[in-house]
Design a binder for this molecule. Structure first.
Ligand SMILES: Cc1ncc(C[n+]2csc(CCOP(=O)(O)OP(=O)(O)O)c2C)c(N)n1
Ligand SMILES: [Mg+2]
Length: 318
């Protein structure tokens, strides 16, 4: 699909993700989120820029930091928030939480608690699309930490051999949990992890939604044209900790200042002003709308019931 670059759509999407994650942060601080929750604040441009290029026949698979992917793909914010709070109207019936969101209606194979787990799912979806001739493609989102998981290389290999219509999209935020990825990752270039399988491998500014969109447009066109997979290494940074509540002692102030200055939201806002697509009142109205949607989702989720104990045995194979 060659959707026109739509900077307004990208901006709306990023604002919604940011406002939504801010609500999740508050709910987590209030003790309302069971388990750990990983916020994608700062990484919005990757989700928005990539997913704007996809159509209904396409599939995505996401990771543990995946609320933004779900929202960009069209998940109902109320049902996503209810899932994060473990409530019955949640997208997975309140049984999965943040890391096990599943949303078939939006072609989302789910967030995933297994590092790298999105990669075989998306590769399988691409194999199905190829076999069925659906014309669809699949996007696997994963972090830089996942590049050291064996199954990621195995999937890249098979996808390249079979020329599957899949995009391997790495969100390189520089960390895996509390460890700098440079300390645990061998080799001079992460790009080589895709290039070694003979697929196009490209470095992308993951703080620039338009740059992500452009890179994904190229990779998606190749996949749709039967030319097989691509690897996109999107450089980004998480403004939050590994999980909500992480004190982030391992980041230094200079690093934080440098990356905060690259915040994808003001950056796209500047572009919108400069091109006359939106003025300050229009931008403020877009932000207020995103905040209203996120606040409504939080209120809905807080008021929603927990799953009925009698439903415990539903959706089990055994
Ligand atoms: C197979 C597996 N190993 C280890 C973990 C524990 N773990 C959860 S998140 C994480 C770091 C992942 O880093 P990265 O892929 O870069 O994603 P980021 O958190 O930076 O977005 C680890 C090691 C896990 N969930 N699954
Ligand atoms: Mg990482």
């Amino acid at each position: 699909m060659s959707a026109l670059p739509d900077p307004l759509r990208l901006h709306r999407c990023m604002l919604l993700i940011r406002a939504f994650e801010e609500q999740v942060r508050r709910l987590a601080a209030a003790g309302l989120v069971p388990g750990l929750v990983h916020l994608c604040t700062g990484q919005e441009a990757v989700a928005a820029g990539a997913i704007v290029q996809l159509g209904p026949e396409d599939r995505i698979a996401s990771h543990h930091r995946g609320h933004g992917h779900c929202l960009a793909r069209g998940a109902d914010p109320r049902r996503l928030m209810a899932e994060i709070l473990g409530r019955a109207p949640g997208l997975s019936g309140g049984r999965g939480g943040s890391m096990h969101v599943y949303d078939a209606a939006s072609g989302n194979l789910g967030t995933n608690g297994i590092v790298g787990g999105a990669v075989p799912l998306a590769t399988g979806a691409a194999l199905a699309a190829q076999r069925q001739g659906s014309g669809g493609i699949a996007v696997a989102f994963f972090g830089d930490g996942a590049l050291n998981q064996g199954l990621v290389s195995e999937c890249m290999n098979m996808a390249a051999v079979w020329r599957l219509p899949v995009l391997f999209l790495c969100e390189h935020n520089g960390y895996g949990e509390f460890t700098a990825s440079a300390d645990v990752t061998a080799g001079p270039s992460l790009l080589a992890r895709g290039a070694v399988f003979g697929m196009p491998a490209e470095e992308v500014d993951g703080m620039d939604a338009l740059a992500v969109q452009q890179a994904v447009a190229g990779a998606a066109a190749r996949a749709r044209g039967g030319e097989g997979p691509s690897f996109l290494l999107c450089h980004t940074w998480r403004f939050s900790g590994h999980h909500a509540g992480d004190r982030q002692d391992y980041k230094d102030d200079e690093e934080t200042r440098r990356w905060r200055a690259r915040d994808p939201i003001p950056r796209l806002a500047a572009h919108l002003r400069a091109t006359g697509l939106a003025d300050d009142p229009a931008l403020a109205a877009m932000e207020a709308k995103a905040e209203r949607i996120a606040a409504d989702a939080a209120a809905f989720a807080r008021a929603a019931p927990e799953p009925e104990p009698a439903a415990l045995h539903q959706h089990l194979f055994a």
